[in-house]
Write a protein that binds this ligand. Structure first.
Ligand code: ATP
Ligand code: TZP
Ligand code: MG
Ligand code: MG
Length: 269
């Protein structure tokens, strides 16, 4: 995986305009839809258990996000996930806040065992708690826990048989055998709610067009991080509000030049 392959994947997203079915949280719905549109994908949010299987089957990817979970929605997520599995549609999971409450932790584990995931994306605490490791977490933000994030990601990949992306200041992505660290992004991403959730949906857009799921996830991470760097430059010192708008613009505009110049992806053992 390198910058050129990320550029190729981005071109595929923009050409194919893949339908990404999101069952996500009430905080980030609008931002997620606008972020996917800016990137070049086609978002749809559909939640009713009566229709989620039909929508998931015709989508390029299904994104499940438990940010504001409730039993009705979780039931719909599992129905959608199973339908996507049957139809060969990749399922991307964001276990928002796993570890914060027993219900969230249990639900994250239930979804990960009921549905074959293509990618799980979260902060270190969320991924750790989803696989039964202890790691402290405060609400939906990463806790202080310490540990080897690369080992954690590999362990989760083996346990869940999926690609794992753990994000933070640096991002780690692995399928258990091949591992990349991506050193892009900007601290202002942590001051806008939903930037993690949108990233999970952006991984969905890439997984819809690139069947090598590890490559798809790595491409999404590097492009997202570069877009954030461009946005921070364009928004200057204004703060999170201007950055949020500049970031949507950067997802729309980011291209080969910036990705080849600023992309920082490294393979590690
Ligand atoms: P959390 O709730 O822990 O913030 P999240 O679900 O919001 O998790 P993040 O880990 O914040 O997700 O990742 C979202 C994006 O922000 C990723 O592209 C990541 O690389 C980037 N990011 C997070 N923290 C930093 C940082 N300190 N510097 C640069 N980029 C960051
Ligand atoms: N509360 C429940 S979901 C949510 C909040 C604040 C959004 C979390 O978004 P992200 O992308 O994990 O920062
Ligand atoms: Mg964040
Ligand atoms: Mg999150």
């Amino acid at each position: 995986m390198n910058n050129q392959e990320a550029i190729n994947a981005l071109q595929m997203v923009r050409q194919a305009n893949p339908l990404v079915h999101n069952i996500t949280n009430v905080v980030v719905t609008n931002f997620t839809a606008n972020g996917l549109l800016a990137l070049g994908a086609s978002p749809v949010m559909a939640y009713a258990k009566e229709e989620v299987a039909d929508m998931a089957k015709i989508a390029g990817a299904l994104v499940l996000n438990i940010g504001t979970l409730n039993p009705t929605e979780v039931e719909a997520m599992i129905i959608a996930g199973k339908a996507a599995n049957e139809a060969g549609v990749p399922v991307i999971f964001d276990p928002v806040g796993a570890g914060a409450t027993p219900y969230r932790t249990e639900t994250a584990r239930n979804i990960a065992s009921a549905v074959q995931l293509s990618v799980i994306r979260g902060n270190a605490a969320e991924i750790a708690n989803t696989i039964g490791e202890s790691w402290t977490i405060k609400g939906v933000d990463a806790g202080e826990g310490s540990g080897d994030v690369v080992s954690l990601a590999k362990k989760a990949a083996e346990q869940l048989k999926t690609v794992v992306a753990i994000t933070g200041k640096e991002d780690v992505v692995t399928d258990g055998n091949t591992t990349y660290i991506i050193r892009n992004g900007h601290p202002l991403l942590t001051k806008v709610t939903g930037t993690g959730c949108l990233l999970t949906s952006v991984i969905g857009a890439f997984a819809a067009v690139e069947r090598d799921v590890l490559k798809a996830a790595a491409a999404a991470l590097v492009i997202y991080g570069v877009a954030a760097e461009i946005a921070a430059k364009n928004a200057g010192d204004e703060g999170p509000g201007s950055f949020q708008i500049a970031f949507l613009d950067a997802l729309f505009r980011v291209g080969a030049d910036e990705i080849s110049r600023y992309g920082r992806i490294e393979r590690v053992e």
